[in-house]
Design a protein. Structure first.
Length: 122
């Protein structure tokens, strides 16, 4: 087993107890924690916590949310990708540049599932 970076391990241990406000203020809005968050998502097997991070990130930084969603690993990868696609659909539905934004956000995920996603482009 590989050794987990101490800050990452500390974050994973604290995650269930962190409020949404603390996650947003102290982690999601802080650029220096983005790589730690992506690494955390790669290790998380808790669907609820993974969804929580992706959804909170989506409200702050859609590119970060895309990277987080793309970093999710089995067994949570499928439900996370489906929820992310729903969030993107809801957001782009109201915008003029909907299709371009969808493509951009799918590209930001860097995930294999994004390549096979089929959206009806209207």
């Amino acid at each position: 087993m590989t050794q987990i970076e101490p800050n990452l391990q500390q974050f994973l241990n604290q995650l269930p107890d962190l409020s949404d406000e603390v996650l947003q203020r102290d982690y999601l809005q802080q650029l220096q924690f983005h790589n730690t968050l992506i690494a955390a998502i790669e290790l998380l097997k808790d669907e609820r916590q993974t969804l929580r991070l992706v959804e909170l990130a989506f409200g702050i930084n859609t590119k970060l949310a895309a990277r987080l969603a793309g970093a999710a690993q089995p067994p949570v990868e499928k439900p996370i990708s489906q929820r992310f696609l729903t969030l993107v659909e809801e957001k782009t539905w109201r915008t003029y540049f909907g299709t371009d934004l969808k493509i951009q956000l799918l590209g930001e995920t860097l995930a294999n599932w994004a390549v096979t996603t089929r959206w009806i482009v209207t």
